[in-house]
Design a protein around this ligand. Structure first.
Ligand SMILES: *[C@@H]1O[C@H](CO)[C@@H](O)[C@H](O)[C@H]1NC(C)=O
Ligand SMILES: *[C@@H]1O[C@H](CO)[C@@H](O)[C@H](O)[C@H]1NC(C)=O
Ligand SMILES: CC(=O)N[C@H]1CO[C@H](CO)[C@@H](O)[C@@H]1O
Length: 570
């Protein structure tokens, strides 16, 4: 009970934090924001135009008045001169009329100001900005991007792949991001960002922040970094440092040596966790999953995001993975065979190339946008219904229901026929479509899709029990992503890169209906582009006629409906 309450409290806190910074969690949302900003910008331009005209008219009027005043005459002295008198008459007629006309547009100025304020109601707040800053720090860390390059406006993934931005970051931007990295325990990155801030300040002549302002932050960050490394080691649940200290201190040489030993152990440990369970013996899975802590798994996750499919996967395995055309599951596929490519046999993970056409993906996106996108929760429920939002998952989503469009129903049928499962009745055989869009650095840390029954608070309902757990995940990418955004299976060492219209699927349950932890997977941070996915989860309850009966109760299922033991024995 106690742990339940404390977990709830943590969830609420995280949820609160996440709710406060909501803007950056979807690129679609950012696009909307961009359009709003442009709209406000145009209004401000016309406002400035008006104000300039008014200023000119008033300036002209006043310049004559001041000229006269500076002549130091009394009123009589001015008026007695006929030319002066004429000028006054002209000013008070034509001159004044000009001022009045331009000032009458003052009402329009107010109108414009009101409009601008109205548009600005949907602008982000400071928490959103912090969220975006931390996202940038996380992206930089996840893909090991060069901070100087980033500051100069170049998002460089490799020698060949880079994305220039319209403008670079100034010193204050870098300092801001550095502070956020520091506060979240990313000490090595904090030092990188803050020292880059100092560099930029030097090159921009202290324009946005001065070198003297930045220096104390830099020395603090370096000191804390080295302290943490020495006392706690380079990595843990809520901190990361570089493997080496920035400054070696003579007086703590002994401790440094000790920390070096720790480091070596840690490095050894890191090697251990790069081991993949697929490596055992004959290239088939052991049934064991590695016992990783959350942060250890995150390290594996980010490495897979950076480096791609597990290099240490057994070589024998690659030969067993096949690409084939599938047409036997439904007559429809005789005309248009499915293009299957296997990524892993145990657990079975495969993709269908060109599963949806461009037009079909667009329909899903527009249906999702029509429903307003909501911040994605994780856990089995939707936000507001017991689901929680946090920075574990930064995306926005909405549900597209079966029956809402004929294309949706067509796709449901196609999916059912492809994997040989029942999607009907809707929301029992399978869930409605969850369509999600990811934001700057948008990601979803490793998790399993199954366990719906055990995850629901207060125990599963009768409906949940009837419906059963999520037996299969069928995920379609609705757009290309230029960089990042891969779907990574940490325990299987599999990386699937998004491609518009491609679908990936895997079995979450073993044939005895127990969850398969080897299916743990996550979505890599999006480095460039907008990631759209569409999930359909099949539930086990309605599959009793469809699901294969395995000889070995704990064997795994592969495509479509054969068990892995059978498939692998062939
Ligand atoms: C980052 O890029 C800068 C400028 O291109 C280069 O001088 C520097 O060596 C790079 N840093 C790293 C760690 O690669
Ligand atoms: C920027 O500030 C540093 C100290 O904070 C100073 O030494 C340097 O001269 C300044 N540069 C300019 C161009 O003002
Ligand atoms: C430029 C412009 O739109 N001027 C309008 C400002 O408001 C007055 C009265 O409301 C109008 O007569 C002007 O045409």
């Amino acid at each position: 009970m106690n742990s339940f309450v404390s977990r709830l409290v943590i969830f609420l806190l995280i949820g609160d934090m996440a709710l406060a910074s909501d803007m950056y969690s979807s690129v679609a949302e950012l696009e909307r924001l961009y359009l709003k900003e442009q709209q406000a910008g145009l209004k401000l331009e016309s406002l400035l135009d008006l104000i300039k005209k008014q200023t000119t008219a008033i300036d002209q009027y006043l310049s004559e008045l001041t000229e006269i005043r500076s002549a130091n005459l009394d009123s009589r002295g001015v008026i007695s001169n006929p030319i002066n008198a004429f000028h006054m008459m002209r000013r008070l007629t034509i001159g004044w009329r000009e001022v009045k006309t331009t000032l009458e547009t003052h009402g329009n100025v107010t109108d414009i100001v009101q409009d601008v304020f109205k548009i600005s109601k949907s602008f982000p707040n400071d928490e959103d900005l912090s969220g975006a800053a931390f996202s940038l720090a996380q992206l930089q860390g996840a893909y090991r991007l060069n901070v100087s390059q980033l500051a100069s406006g170049n998002v460089q993934l490799s020698d060949r792949i880079s994305f220039p931005s319209v403008r670079g970051l100034n010193a204050r931007d870098c300092l801001f991001i550095g502070k956020h990295a520091f506060n979240k325990g990313l000490y090595g990155q904090a030092v990188d960002w803050i020292s880059t801030a100092a560099e930029v300040a030097r090159s921009e002549n202290n324009r946005s922040a001065s070198v003297s302002e930045i220096k104390p932050f830099l020395s603090t960050a370096i000191r804390v970094h080295d302290d943490v490394l020495e006392k706690k080691g380079p990595i843990g649940a809520d901190w990361r440092t570089n493997p080496e200290p920035f400054e070696r201190r003579a007086k703590s040489l002994r401790r440094a040596r000790r920390s070096q030993e720790q480091q070596q152990q840690q490095t050894q440990r890191m090697r251990d966790i790069t081991y993949t369970p697929l490596g055992a013996g004959h290239g088939l899975a052991t049934n064991k999953s590695p016992e990783w802590s959350e942060w250890e798994e995150l390290e594996v996750f980010f490495r897979l995001c950076r480096e791609g499919e597990e290099k240490s996967r057994p070589t024998g395995l690659k030969g067993r993975l096949k690409c084939r055309q599938i047409s036997h599951t439904h007559p429809y596929f005789i005309l248009r065979p499915l293009k299957l490519e296997e990524h892993s046999l145990v657990p079975y993970i495969a993709v269908f190339h060109d599963f949806m056409s461009d037009a079909e993906t667009e329909i899903f996106k527009s249906l999702a946008m029509a429903e307003r996108l909501e911040r994605s929760a994780h856990g089995s429920k939707r936000p507001g219904q017991g689901g929680v939002t946090s920075d574990k998952r930064t995306s926005k989503q909405s549900w597209v229901e079966d029956g809402s469009h004929h294309v949706v129903d067509q796709i449901s049928k196609r999916i059912s026929d492809s994997v040989g499962l029942n999607s009907q009745p809707s929301n029992v055989g399978s869930e409605h479509y969850q369509v999600a869009n990811y934001g700057i650095g948008g990601r979803y840390t490793p998790h399993t899709d199954h366990g719906v029954l055990s995850k629901s608070m207060g125990g599963p309902s009768e409906f949940d029990l009837f419906r059963g757990d999520r037996i299969l995940t069928f995920m379609t990418y609705l757009d290309d992503v230029e960089a990042g955004g891969a779907t990574v299976f940490t325990h299987a060492g599999v990386v699937v890169r998004p491609k518009k219209g491609m679908a990936v699927f895997w079995w979450n349950l073993k044939s005895d209906s127990n969850g398969d932890t080897l299916t743990r997977h996550g979505g890599c941070p999006v480095l460039h582009g907008s990631k759209w996915i569409c999930n359909k989860w099949f539930h086990s309850g309605e599959q009793f006629l469809k699901r294969p009966c395995a000889k070995k109760p704990r064997s795994r299922i592969s495509y479509p409906g054969t068990t892995s033991s059978r498939l692998l024995n062939n």
